[in-house]
Design a protein around this ligand. Structure first.
Ligand code: GDP
Ligand code: IMO
Ligand code: MG
Length: 428
């Protein structure tokens, strides 16, 4: 099974980091292909918490790591992350695509100003400059990682880009930040020097790894509903978060992908703005947030929580060609009875089974629920980890089987706690 893609099927934070780390033990390398430091992927091993933003979640298994061309690299955050991993005793074996785009400080400034300008259309971004840097990429103003090593090209590009950014800040959005071109250039050259040893043609290396029969994990960031094309535009992010993004964002062809794992959190969480049909603003939502520690990994913001919504999950399966499901955070629902699962929407007197493109229609969607019996608050999850699927409470098995039935795919891994070891592999 050489090419395996891991994607989020909801609004992000499905525990892709934990799942990727778990799978990385049996992989040769792990590749990030989209997003940037807006991602926050948590991996917990023996009580030690690692929050990864740009470094792929195979680092704790000492695997070869790649940052693909589809990622936007914030050099400052990357260098900080690498230094803190080194302090912990890891030696990240990292390669960064020469074609990945670079995030500058002014992208973050513009991110904040654009959010203010957008009013009700703001997504509640992570303020990591993601929208602005992908805009520059699409408009062909952007600076690529390779440019950091080429003073002439860098100076020439920054001359234009900084002028443009300054005008946007001052003349369009009324901001008062003053950009210093010389300082930005010097800093960028410094970043280039610091990361020069990591820069390469990632597409060439990843394809060679696949040619050798190595197992390559492609680690998605964000989730389907945050995808630039297929998400709840404009309440999403600016990259390709779906499985196809692994091809464009790492430079591999679709024929190299053998498996697409769709990660499903056992309930819904959303950090940011926009409609969430199954959101719970009551004590149950509060309970899920506090038991599930649903606070943004990158920003610390409280996540909006609600019942599991299978409409986005099924939609995601279609868009990404998901072949198997991974269900996470099942333990968080313990002691809630009954549980509800959303299997469709109702809006304007009709039934919807998929995510509509119309914002106003989506905002009107009322969930159609099925009730399921909950399982007791106290469950010996470690026993279930030892015994496997049959060791799970019968109500939890029924919950999982309902997901499989509705989505039409098997579940292959179940996560029942934040630690790497709290994981069950299913061999039905
Ligand atoms: P990602 O962005 O998809 O990698 O997910 P995040 O790391 O942002 O959020 C997932 C959160 O849930 C993290 O705090 C994880 O430590 C935690 N977590 C992961 N799997 C489980 C699980 O099965 N049960 C519980 N209780 N927590 C989990
Ligand atoms: P991981 O990889 C959850 C959300 C933001 C905001 C919208 C746009 O950890 O699952 P951006 O900063 O990308 O322009 O913000 O997308 N968002 C995420 N939500 N998990 C993430 O990543 C996210 N990355 C961005 O909250 O609503
Ligand atoms: Mg996250």
């Amino acid at each position: 099974m050489p090419g395996i893609v891991v994607v989020g099927t909801q609004w992000g934070d499905e525990a892709k980091g934990k799942v990727t780390d778990f799978l990385a033990e049996n992989a040769d390398c792990v590749v990030r292909f989209n997003g940037g430091a807006n991602a926050g992927h948590t991996v917990i091993v023996d009580g030690k918490v690692y929050k990864l933003r740009l470094v792929p979640s195979g680092v704790l298994h000492h695997k070869r790591l790649y940052i693909g061309n589809g990622v936007v690299v914030d050099p400052e955050i990357l260098i900080q992350e690498l230094n803190s991993l080194k302090k912990e005793g890891f030696k990240p074996d990292l390669r960064i695509s020469d074609r990945a785009h670079v995030v500058f400080g002014f992208h973050k400034v513009i991110d904040g100003l654009q959010e203010r300008f957008k009013g009700n259309l703001r997504a509640g971004t992570t303020m990591m400059g993601i929208g602005p840097v992908y805009s520059d990429k699409a408009a062909r103003f952007g600076v690529r990682v390779a440019d950091l090593l080429d003073r002439d090209v860098l100076e020439w590009k920054l001359n234009l880009l900084v002028d443009l950014a300054q005008r946007l800040i001052r003349d369009v959005y009324g901001g008062d930040q003053v950009l210093d071109k010389k300082q930005i250039l010097q800093q960028a050259l410094g970043f280039g020097e610091s990361i020069s040893g990591y820069i390469c043609d990632v597409s060439a290396e990843v394809n060679e790894a696949l040619d050798r029969g190595e197992t390559v994990l492609f680690e998605g960031a964000q989730g389907t509903l945050l995808d630039l094309d297929h998400g709840l535009y404009p309440y999403g992010s600016s990259s390709s978060t779906v499985a196809g993004g692994a091809c464009t964002g790492a430079g591999v062809g679709p024929t190299r992908i053998d498996e697409v794992l769709g990660v499903v959190k056992a309930y819904t969480s959303r950090v940011g703005a926009g409609p969430v049909p199954t959101e719970l603003t009551d004590a149950v939502g509060e309970r899920i947030r506090s038991v599930g520690h649903e606070f943004g990994t990158a920003t610390g913001r409280p996540r909006r929580c609600g019942w599991l919504d299978l409409v986005p999950v099924k939609y995601s399966v279609r868009i990404s060609g998901v072949s198997k499901l991974v269900v996470t955070k099942l333990d968080v629902l313990s002691g809630i009875n009954p549980l509800k699962i959303c299997v469709g929407y109702e809006a304007d007197g009709r039934r919807l089974d998929s995510v509509p493109a119309s914002l106003s229609l989506f905002a009107k969607c009322k969930p159609v629920y099925e009730e399921m019996e909950g399982w007791p608050e106290k469950v010996n999850w470690q026993r279930a980890v030892k015994e496997g699927y049959s060791g799970l409470p019968r109500q939890a098995r029924a919950y999982l089987e309902r997901i499989e039935d509705h989505v039409g795919l098997p579940i292959t891994v179940i996560s029942v706690g934040p630690e790497r070891k709290d994981t069950i592999i299913i061999n039905k």
